[in-house]
Design a protein around this ligand. Structure first.
Ligand code: 16G
Length: 241
């Protein structure tokens, strides 16, 4: 099965082979893969080589280990294109999944300096601070902290943010959402995030900050979110012009 004459290292060939078996469904999601001993016999290589291949796949998120139980196939990551500006609710609908939210914070505060600057507000102007856990088919995907100027979008309440905020903004106000600037950074889960997202403390998290603007040029939201890096990847198409 492996090409011993190939310049590609053995562990790499094993990784590709295991990935192929995951793709084809031969190794099912949530199921264990064969043990190191079995794999080393099947591939005719040392256990060290197998361990390296498996560890790389664990680091990539394709597999996960459970102490004393073995190595399992992870769920496929959600592939989020970095092109259109969509809402969480729309993203899930497109994939045939159901979006739900748990509200963990809803308050009116005077805008912190960085938020006031980004939303072009005067010092002391009030914003809603909304904290939601976003779920896809009941599984936690992200924690979002949203800041919205009250003067621009008055009347937001807890029941509104349990649904789609973008739908509310576009359907209940004379606004059209235009665009956003987004910054994505790598972080690790702190204690709170690990509890909210049901991931281990220190697990990889993608921190995203979005500043969104209406078609009339007014910035209307700052969102700071933490996405599970084991469940999400962001894809961008780039052109060489
Ligand atoms: C997405 C956006 C978030 C926006 C939310 C609205 C990112 C990183 N975040 O989660 O900025 O507030 O959608 O979703 O893409 P909703 O309309 O379902 O409330």
């Amino acid at each position: 099965m492996l090409d011993k004459k190939s310049p590609l290292p053995m562990y790499y060939q094993i990784e590709e082979d295991i990935k192929g078996k995951i793709e084809s469904g031969l190794f099912g999601v949530g199921k264990t893969i064969p043990s190191e001993r079995e794999l080393s016999e099947q591939y005719g290589v040392s256990r060290m080589t197998v361990r390296q291949a498996v560890s790389n796949l664990v680091n990539e998120g394709a597999l996960y280990r459970e102490k004393g139980k073995g190595t399992f196939v992870s769920e496929r990551k959600i592939e989020q294109p970095l092109t259109g500006m969509t809402s969480f609710t729309e993203d899930m609908k497109k994939r045939g999944m159901t979006a739900t939210s748990r509200l963990i914070g809803f308050s009116v505060i005077s805008a912190p300096p960085d938020i006031a600057r980004k939303l072009h507000l005067e010092q002391g102007e009030e914003v809603y601070e909304i904290q939601r856990i976003r779920f896809a088919d009941g599984k936690p995907m992200a924690v979002e902290q949203t800041f919205l100027p009250i003067a621009l979008v008055p009347g937001v309440d807890e029941s509104i943010v349990m649904g789609s905020l973008y739908e509310h903004i576009e359907e209940n106000h004379d606004y059209k959402i235009d665009k956003a600037t987004q910054v994505i950074e790598a972080t690790t889960a702190d204690q709170e995030q690990s509890e909210l997202l049901a991931i281990p403390y220190g697990a990889a998290v993608l921190h995203i900050e979005r500043l969104s603007v209406l078609t009339n040029g007014t910035p209307f939201e700052v969102v700071k979110s933490s996405y599970r890096a084991d469940r999400y990847k962001f894809i961008s198409e780039i052109h060489r012009t």
